[in-house]
Design a protein around this ligand. Structure first.
Ligand code: F6P
Length: 537
């Protein structure tokens, strides 16, 4: 039974929010800042600039409780098959648990295997880094080319960009797109003799990844002969397909079907990062996520960071009809966070039918987009400040950073704080008029100009702050979002762990490709047929 009374109470606060200002809530609620600031696994969340009242927050927590968040959380950690449409457990926390954990996926113990793969990755990475594992010609590896797409790409790419040392002895490059320009640019200038290729695909059937892995293998073989195969390792949950591709089992790093693609960075999917960053850094990244798992499991719902972040999203999406959310990391190293979250949130929760096969009662995942600050300020922030739609924001900040010239970081932080403040407090027309008056503008000009220069304010934002961009903090941040996705999925009544919506396009591409290559024509809509005719080779 959907908890209607709790939903109604939560949504009633959203109704009320339309007639009040966020700033006014700070005046009326002296506890607001402390009640809406939570610490979790080294991160600090400030949700006080969201439009809910403390009463609304309470109603949201009651909704989470009545809506079964605790039960689904327990089911996830117990290894039950909560991905019901695929009958799979969803057990990414097992991948980052400390030694000695005893996770089970659908009753089968998995922690031993997890530890064994982690140890094998660490050993291989150490051998590559030390030169104990060398290329066919006896050279040490200097480059890793990571080939994968979606969940087999976005996580490792984000982690590498966030944590890579400026003077990395081994550099990572990535290729994802089936557009040949991607692999061409990725391999450009690399010496095959010093390059290791890591082909990553859970299914090992993904068109893009197989095409790019074949291209990379041809590139290796052209330079090094069949011995070049030593330069290619695979990461997959489908060992048969890896064998059929021609990678021998000792060069396979495996994971299981209970690891969802977009939740897989903690698994062997992170192998390239282990090689590039070292196993110690990767272990610290896992530990940060494990700390967030502990927080999610043990913190009361009213101070549970993933729960509160999910409630803030639901308040905006379902209570106020806001169909997008901007994620703005004020950290160049976190510039790929929005892309990562697009898959995590939109592939997980972009669903219109519930787990029971019935249409959902309310809107689900919003559009997630973003760019790093300050770059975004000079691109789309105009619309966020003064556009006709209200787009809630999520600022992600790093309190301290010693990289780069002195003073740069304070400038960055001043922009973050200024944007959040400006969005909330706005600037009244009267205030603008005062300023214009001092500049000598006449009444008629002011009439036209002041409204254009005023800011409505009351544009909500959340802030997630880490002390430093450490591996632990990054792990905690990603795990925070993973659990937020789970909480939203529970309250929306959807399965956050399948992705049937990606299948139709794949199917049709498989039909169209032979037509483009000159094969027999199949029926299509008139527009598609015309384009096939025009584009066929
Ligand atoms: O097409 C979507 C998807 O299935 C994602 O869910 C997944 O992360 C990506 O493709 C890549 O899949 P694989 O790891 O099997 O190549």
């Amino acid at each position: 039974m959907p908890p209607t009374a709790e939903w109604n109470a939560f949504l009633a606060d959203a109704q009320a929010a339309q007639g009040r200002s966020i700033l006014g809530l700070f005046e009326r609620e002296p506890r607001r800042l402390s009640a809406l600031t939570v610490r979790a696994a080294g991160l600090t969340l400030d949700l006080s600039k969201q439009p809910w009242s403390l009463g609304g927050l309470e109603a949201g927590v009651a909704l989470a409780r009545a809506g079964g968040v605790e039960a689904r959380r327990a089911a996830l950690f117990s290894g039950a098959a909560i991905n019901t449409s695929e009958d799979r457990a969803v057990l990414h926390p097992a991948l980052r648990a400390a030694e000695g954990a005893h996770f089970k996926a659908k009753g089968e113990p998995v922690s031993g295997e997890v530890q064994a793969v982690r140890a094998a990755m660490a050993k291989f990475a150490a051998d590559v880094r030390s030169g104990a594992y060398r290329g066919a010609g006896g050279h040490a590896f200097r480059n890793v080319v990571h080939i994968g797409i979606g969940g087999s790409d976005l996580g490792p790419r984000l982690v590498w960009e966030a944590l890579r040392p400026l003077d990395a002895p081994i550099a990572l490059r990535f290729a994802a797109n089936v557009d040949g320009s991607d692999i061409a640019a990725t391999l450009e200038g690399l010496d095959p003799a010093q390059t290791l290729v890591v082909a990553v695909s859970k299914t090992f059937t993904t068109q893009e990844t197989l095409a790019n892995a074949l291209a990379a293998r041809a590139w290796l073989r052209a330079a090094l002969g069949p011995a070049g195969d030593r330069h290619l390792v695979a990461v997959s949950a489908n060992p048969e397909a890896v064998a059929a591709f021609g990678v021998s089992p000792e060069r396979l790093f495996a994971f299981r079907d209970w690891v969802g693609g977009r939740f897989s960075v903690w698994s062997a999917v992170g192998l390239s990062c282990v090689i590039g960053l070292g196993a110690d850094v990767f272990e610290a990244f896992l530990a940060g996520a494990a700390a967030m798992d502990d927080h999610f499991l043990s913190a009361p719902l009213e101070s549970n960071a993933p729960v509160l972040l999910a409630l803030a999203q639901i308040f905006n999406r379902d209570g106020l009809g806001r169909a997008a959310r901007a994620v703005i990391p004020y950290s160049q190293r976190l510039r790929l966070l929005p892309s990562f979250l697009q898959q995590l949130e939109m592939e997980s929760n972009g669903k219109r039918v519930g787990m029971d096969g019935q249409p959902v009662a309310r809107p689900t995942a919003p559009v997630v987009f973003g760019e790093p600050g300050t770059n975004g300020q000079h691109a789309f922030f105009q619309m966020l400040h003064q556009g006709t739609d209200v787009v809630p924001l999520e600022f992600v900040g790093v309190a301290r950073n010693d990289e780069g010239p002195p003073g740069a970081h304070a400038k960055l932080l001043s922009n973050l704080l200024a944007q959040a403040e400006a969005l909330m407090i706005g600037r009244s027309e009267a205030d603008v008029r005062e300023e214009l008056k001092t500049k000598g503008l006449d009444e008629a000009a002011m009439e036209v100009l002041a409204p254009q220069r005023a800011f409505p304010g009351d544009r909500p934002s959340s802030l997630i702050m880490m002390d430093r961009l450490t591996p632990q903090a990054l792990g905690a941040l990603i795990a925070l979002y993973e659990h937020k996705v789970l909480v939203e999925g529970v309250l929306w009544g959807i399965n956050s762990f399948d992705q049937w919506g990606v299948e139709l396009g794949k199917l049709l591409a498989g039909r169209i490709l032979p037509e483009l290559e000159g094969g027999p024509r199949a029926p299509h809509d008139p527009s598609t047929s015309a384009w096939i005719e025009r584009l066929k080779v």
